[in-house]
Write a protein that binds this ligand. Structure first.
Ligand code: ADE
Length: 255
């Protein structure tokens, strides 16, 4: 996976993503990251990339020309390396909200181009020509697109095979099936008078799996009822099985 970020602050992107798991994946060559400075492509002799919006209004807009030429340079490079093209993700609060399933889908691409806006946005005409996906990271407004781009690149990278050391840890965690992750515990067995749940010390893997699923369901119901509803709708058989099991247990008790 090759990430290309069109930005006015390339050092922010490179510094923000160069460490830890993503940094290691870059060192290993599983992913690559380049930050392209839009300012390098302006034809304005003062290196200006913004101007006033027609019709008036607050702030400045990023102009079409430098954005288009920066994109064109990246596209030419991608094509010279044998790829047909790449999706262009414009990070904007006006987009669809990013989620885990999107991260998984984008992780299948060979190249992704992120376009980061600043000031009051970007001239609509260049967006119409180059953007394939308008994506937001949530219903709030940030000062620029760099942080959202980094958030998405991190989430997408984790879904690229080989980036996480434990090959299925991206599958079992929160959101992979609408459920939030179960609670986890490490040494010591007692901390601040709190014991690690007994079942986790039992060595009975079936029981541990059952307990973890129950915890996931309960945590999701409590903290994200919207996700719980979706999960419940797709997992009716869980409730049927559970009701049967409870009925069997009641019968046993009566005997
Ligand atoms: N740019 C500014 N705010 C944003 C947000 N919430 N999501 C994506 N891009 C943004």
């Amino acid at each position: 996976m090759n990430f290309h970020v069109l930005t006015l602050f390339p050092e922010m992107i490179m510094q923000g993503l160069g460490t830890s798991i993503i940094g290691r994946a870059m060192d290993k060559g599983i992913i690559s990251l380049e930050a392209v400075n839009i300012r390098d492509y302006t034809i304005n002799k003062h290196k200006k990339v913004d101007d006033y919006p027609y019709g008036g209004g607050a702030g400045m807009l990023m102009q079409a020309q430098p954005v288009f030429d920066a994109w064109k340079a990246v596209l030419c490079k991608i094509q010279s390396e044998g790829s047909a093209g790449a999706k262009v993700i414009y990070v904007t609060p006006k987009g669809r909200t990013f989620h885990q399933a999107m991260a998984k889908e984008f992780a299948k691409e060979e190249n992704l181009i992120f376009l980061c806006g600043h000031y009051e946005g970007i001239d609509e005409r260049v967006l119409e020509e180059i953007v394939t996906d308008y994506i937001s990271i949530g219903d709030y407004v940030l000062t620029g697109g760099e942080l959202p781009a980094m958030v998405m690149i991190d989430a997408i990278s984790r879904m690229v095979p080989g980036v996480l050391s434990n090959k299925d840890s991206g599958e079992t965690e929160s959101f992979s099936n609408y459920l939030l992750e179960y609670p986890q515990y490490s040494r010591p067995e007692i901390w601040h008078n709190k014991r690690v749940p007994e079942v986790l010390l039992s060595g009975d893997h079936k029981k541990v799996d059952e307990w973890r699923l129950e915890q996931s369901i309960e945590k999701t119901r409590e903290k994200r009822p919207d996700l719980y509803e979706k999960w419940a709708e797709e997992n009716q058989e869980y409730f049927i099985k559970k009701a049967k099991k409870e009925a069997r247990q009641r019968k046993k008790m009566k005997k």
